[in-house]
Design a protein around this ligand. Structure first.
Ligand SMILES: [Zn+2]
Length: 1132
């Protein structure tokens, strides 16, 4: 067999000769490396000769060699070639060759192929093509060759790679390339599939610019593409054209990046069409790849609709004292240009509420050791600190009655509450069990002892005597229940105390109804609650259901069944077949519920008070259910971009009936749970607003039960108050010094408690009293973020442990004075907010300069810390308890100068630092199964400079200043791995935290070896930003924005090009190939090794002939750049 290539592969001369006679180099100033000097690599020599375009044979030979080089090995070779001016050389050669009077396609075709392959990896190919005047030329080649499928395909690939530059794509658009290419996309056929695919890919590439999309939309191509997709989908029964169908979807995706494109798709019935086609794909193996892109496309084009609310602003608003300017200004109403093109550019990610504002003055905090080390000036004059001496009652207490038990609380509210308890208990009377059945919306009222009534009672009160009777009946029911079930085996819970506390809690709407679970109390359910595995494709199924609302509007009920602002519909219409909702109680959050379909409800959460965002926490009552029917709930105005609900977390449910039958449990519940971006936007049409749906399905066990659903185990302010009263009663006053005081009043007038716990001195002797009064302080705070109820459960564990008889607790009390502020944001907790205080601000971003009026709890907590500091009692440890919604496990954030500098890439230059900040996390790692040392981080982030942790570390000088983050979900390590956390585990964490404090006792032999505690710890210098989500990407796309469509980008240009010579449908081009005598590409490839068959595709005429040369090339490749050719050996 006489191969064309072999016999003509004659390069008469040596590389050196080539180098010296290289004339092209001088004008290629953009490519200094091209000058074929003695140090030039073989590639440079080849490129230099290529663009000289000598005789056809030598040019083909150069192309052969280049292609062989590039086909083997990795992309590194191509990038090397690009760095040596490969793209320019190919463009120059292509331009020269194409401009000749009668272009020789024997040369041009491989040139175009190679250009496409190289250009595919050259990010600047578009600009280079423009500089070489190749753009219009390639397009005109395409025009001339539209009847030659292989030539057309080659041109299309090159055009496609040009479009990596927006300006080149626009230039092509101006030259009407879109029309030329669009016309090449024909309806279903079995011929020239390669070329059609290349045309669709090129069109998709062209549609990367707004101008081109605009042009395509205005010419009606959206409808055309939809028709093409339908045609190919219906006729491609053998599924041989999946790649073409996929490419058509990609075009549709590109064209719907504009509002007009999306509107056009919807207007031409695109969603229905896609839905139908997708349903047929679902059950066909091999068509899976079409389903996700179709679903994403439908989600993207689903018409935006505003949340059905009058205003985004919270229903709960409080007029703030002082400066009206300090009220967060309502965001300006946006004008009518909803949804403009700009939204396509990037998605709003500003709702990462963890990342809040940073202060200018701390701009270089993370990199400047002096700034990290320096202590900012106090925010108030020292004379203001004296007021806090009252918060150290242990220093002035005389213990005269050390042996009696009369340590009464000073100004805690328990005495007045006790009276309430008495009076309401006296009212108790009989209650029949049937009372429950007749009153499904059982709630226990809080204020009735004071003569106030709930909204229903208030309405009735105006005209009817029955109102009072109803109120009386309800009160007796509550009281009787409380009487009958006193204690009921729930430790540290007293219902009468709870109700008494609730009566005093001040809320914006004036709650007068208690949620049953808070009143009744709860016990952790027996056994563990594993994270349920995610149901495969659950999100896809939910999205299909959502799309059906649009396609079958007749099935949609769309009836409001609950509205916090308008109590009429759910009460008046007495719709017997819908669920009933209620949330007007302490910590409740549900703004609106709409019955969408028979067993499906859309729920809208209430924004934080005086604010229009931070929706996450929910807690509401649901009743009137039918047993064993799956109800789908959709919380449609979630804000965070991802959620642990995508990773095994379930909401919690409490059943009143179950509780009355002796099983008072909050249980993880819900199936088919997922969290994904939806099509809603803010009520006022905020352009960039994005919402996410949390969907879950609940099947209730009992008919007509009353159930409560919540984001996490609720823990109300009243629960804290009653718990403190119970604790106070429980301690032995001769041993435990327990004082509950009021740190300050909150904005709405609720007392913020501060608790002191320490051991009473053994005797009144000087020595004991001295030891007692010189104990170091440990300051613990929690629940600055109201939605983080997990923090309260951890704090509950801490408080109970510190008051307990446990010898470790006794030892801790003897070593330390605990100053605990268990709820820094009572107002937020009471009003069911998630993040903020009633001033609409995140209190954990106010620590730098807290406002005494708007952020009183922070102002006084900081003042108290200043006071401790000023009296030489700087706390040994400070820890603020939080909950984390996007991570598993429990972990600490601390503060370290060294690690901050490390992580910001700054020089630590022999900096010495006390490693004591690691003692507690290291100890917890050994003691607490839920704790994850690897999740801890000690970076002082600029964005956190106003948090409690950083300010207490920097300004008060507390070395061990922490934020403790507890998951809402569960653990992915340790003995709790795969389990969701319950209140038992959370409380245990609070106990374990206390245990860890033993490791920082002064002058006390530690339970834990001190050597082990200060073990050198390997620092993970590569640790990611600790404040971000550390979950792997969700199995299903939460987003539908363009960058989430990676699945569609898989079009493999290389294999398309390689296939261009081997597809059997292009017989008509045989004459092009026939030039190479005896060549049959298809047959040739058979039996070859995979690699050589790949090699043969571009240059079929080489097969079997130059393989030895190639092998030499491969063996001689320079290990440095992977492509180097040492000329002589290869050529000689
Ligand atoms: Zn928090």
């Amino acid at each position: 067999m006489s191969g064309y290539g072999r016999s003509n592969f004659t390069w008469n001369g040596t590389l050196r000769e080539l180098q010296t006679s290289s004339p092209a180099s001088c004008k290629e100033r953009a490519r200094p490396a091209m000058a074929a000097s003695a140090s030039s690599s073989g590639v440079e020599v080849l490129l230099s000769n290529l663009q000289n375009l000598g005789d056809i044979e030598s040019t083909l030979n150069i192309l052969n060699v280049l292609d062989e080089l590039l086909s083997a090995g990795t992309d590194r070779r191509i990038h090397y070639m690009i760095s040596k001016g490969g793209s320019e050389a190919l463009l120059t050669a292509m331009v020269k060759s194409a401009r000749s009077f009668n272009p020789n396609y024997t040369l041009l075709l491989p040139l175009l192929h190679l250009l496409a392959k190289v250009g595919y990896r050259d990010r600047r190919i578009g600009m280079k093509a423009q500089n070489a005047d190749a753009v219009r030329l390639t397009l005109s080649l395409l025009r001339q060759n539209s009847k030659h499928p292989r030539r057309a395909a080659a041109c299309l690939w090159v055009l496609q790679v040009y479009c990596s530059s927006v300006s080149t794509a626009n230039l092509l658009g101006e030259c009407r390339a879109i029309d030329v290419i669009y016309r090449l996309i024909c309806p279903y056929t079995t011929k020239t599939l390669h070329t059609i695919k290349a045309a669709i890919d090129a069109l998709a590439a062209l549609l990367c610019t707004k101008a081109n999309v605009h042009s395509a939309v205005s010419k009606g191509y959206v409808a055309g593409l939809l028709r093409l997709y339908e045609d190919w989908s219906s006729k491609d029964t053998e599924h041989v054209a999946i790649a073409i169908r996929c490419a058509l979807l990609r075009c549709l995706h590109e064209v719907t990046n504009s509002t007009a494109g999306r509107h056009a798709l919807v207007a031409h019935g695109g969603i229905g069409l896609l839905y139908e086609v997708t349903q047929t794909c679902l059950f066909t193996k091999g068509l899976e790849s079409l389903v996700d892109p179709s679903v994403q496309l439908m989600r993207k084009c689903y018409p935006k609709s505003t949340l059905p609310l009058k205003s985004d602003l919270s229903v709960y608003c409080l007029e703030l004292p002082r400066q009206p300017g300090s009220v967060p200004a309502p965001e300006p109403e946006l004008n009518g240009e909803e949804d403009s093109e700009e939204e396509d550019d990037e998605e709003d990610d500003s709702n990462e509420s963890e990342e809040a504002d940073s202060k200018d003055y701390d701009d270089d905090l993370e990199t400047d050791p002096d700034k990290l080390r320096s202590r900012p000036a106090p925010d108030r004059p020292p004379e203001l600190l004296a007021q806090y001496s009252r918060l150290r009652p242990e220093l002035t207490y005389e213990f005269q009655e050390l042996d009696s038990s009369s340590s009464e609380p000073e100004d805690c509210s328990s005495s007045s509450s006790d009276e309430e308890v008495q009076s309401s208990a006296e009212d108790a009377s009989r209650l029949k069990p049937s009372d429950f059945n007749s009153c499904p919306t059982f709630r226990t009222k809080g204020r009735d002892a004071r003569g106030n009534h709930g909204p229903r009672e208030q309405r009735e009160e105006e005209g009817a005597e029955e109102g009072a009777e109803e109120a009386q009946r309800r009160r007796t029911m509550v009281d009787t229940l409380a009487e009958r079930h006193i204690g009921a085996g729930i430790p540290h819970h007293d219902r009468r105390l709870y109700r008494a506390a609730a009566v005093l809690a001040k809320s914006i709407p004036g709650f007068n109804i208690l949620a049953f679970p808070d009143f009744w109390g709860h016990l952790p359910p027996p056994g563990n609650e594993p994270m349920p595995p995610r149901k495969p494709k659950v999100q896809r199924q939910k999205v299909f259901e959502d799309i059906q609302r649009l396609l079958n509007p007749d099935d949609v009920i769309n009836e409001v069944v609950f509205d916090l602002e308008d109590p009429s519909p759910q009460c008046s219409s007495e719709r017997s077949n819908s669920l009933k909702f209620f949330s007007k109680f302490e910590s409740g959050n549900l703004r609106k519920a709409t019955q969408v379909r028979r067993n499906e409800y859309d729920l809208i959460l209430n924004a934080d008070a005086n604010c229009s965002q931070h929706t996450q926490w929910f807690y509401f009552e649901v009743s009137n259910m039918v047993a064993n029917v799956p109800y789908r709930f959709n919380v449609i105005n979630c804000e965070k971009t991802n959620s642990q609900f995508n990773y095994g977390m379930q909401p919690v449910l409490y059943s009143v009936r179950e509780a009355l039958e002796g099983r008072p449990h909050w249980k993880r519940t819900g199936t088919e749970i997922c969290y994904y971006r939806n099509h809603f936007c803010a009520a006022r049409g905020k352009k960039r607003s994005t919402f996410y749906t949390l969907t879950f399905t609940v099947t209730f066990r009992h008919n007509d039960d009353v159930c409560y659903l919540a984001y996490h185990y609720p823990y109300t302010y009243s629960a804290l108050q009653s718990h403190l009263m119970v604790l106070h009663r429980s301690v032995d006053p001769s041993k435990v010094f327990f004082r509950q005081q009021v740190l300050c009043q909150t904005l709405s007038g609720n007392p913020c408690p501060l608790v002191t716990i320490t051991a009473c001195p053994a005797t009144r002797g000087m020595r004991d009293l001295h030891q007692f009064r010189s104990r170091p302080c440990i300051v613990l705070t929690a629940r600055v973020h109201p939605g983080e109820s997990n923090a309260s459960w951890v704090m509950k564990g801490t408080l109970e442990f510190l008051c307990s008889d446990d010898p470790v607790a006794q030892s801790l009390r003897e070593a330390f004075v605990f100053k605990i502020i268990p709820m820094l944001n009572p107002d937020g907790v009471i009003n069911g907010t998630h993040r903020c205080s009633l001033s609409g601000e995140d209190l954990n971003r106010q620590w730098c300069k807290p406002d005494p009026v708007l952020s009183p709890t922070i102002y006084h907590a900081k003042g108290f810390l200043y006071y401790l500091n000023s009296t030489g009692s700087t706390p040994l440890v400070f820890c603020d308890y939080h909950g984390h919604s996007r991570k598993k496990n429990v972990f600490l954030y601390g503060c370290s100068i060294k690690e901050t500098l490390w992580q910001s890439g700054s020089d630590t230059g022999g900096l010495k630092e006390d490693p004591g900040y690691r003692t507690i996390p290291k100890t917890l790692d050994r003691l607490a199964p839920a704790f994850s040392f690897n999740s801890c981080n000690y970076q002082v982030e600029k964005s956190r400079s106003a948090t409690a942790r950083v300010v207490v570390w920097r300004e008060i000088g507390v070395l061990r200043s922490y934020t403790m983050e507890s998951t809402y979900n569960g653990c992915d390590q340790g003995i709790y791995k795969g389990l969701q956390t319950g209140t038992r585990e959370l409380q245990d964490m609070g106990v374990k935290f206390c245990h860890s404090l033993l490791s920082v006792r002064r002058n006390v032999p530690s339970l834990y070896s001190s050597r082990r505690l200060v073990d050198h710890i390997d620092l993970d210098h590569n640790s990611h930003n600790c404040f971000e989500d550390d979950e792997p990407p969700c199995v299903e796309e939460i987003e539908y924005s363009t960058d989430g469509l990676s699945k569609l980008k898989g079009s493999d240009l290389d294999s398309d090009i390689n296939g261009n010579t081997s597809s059997g449908d292009e017989q008509e081009e045989e004459e092009e190939v026939v030039v190479h005598k005896g060549f049959n590409p298809i047959r040739r490839c058979e039996g070859q090794s995979h690699q050589s068959s790949l090699r043969s595709r571009l240059f079929p005429h080489l097969i079997g002939h130059d393989l030895e040369v190639i092998e030499v090339l491969h063996m001689k490749r320079n290990s440095c750049n992977g492509v180097g050719i040492t000329g002589r050996q290869y050529l000689s």
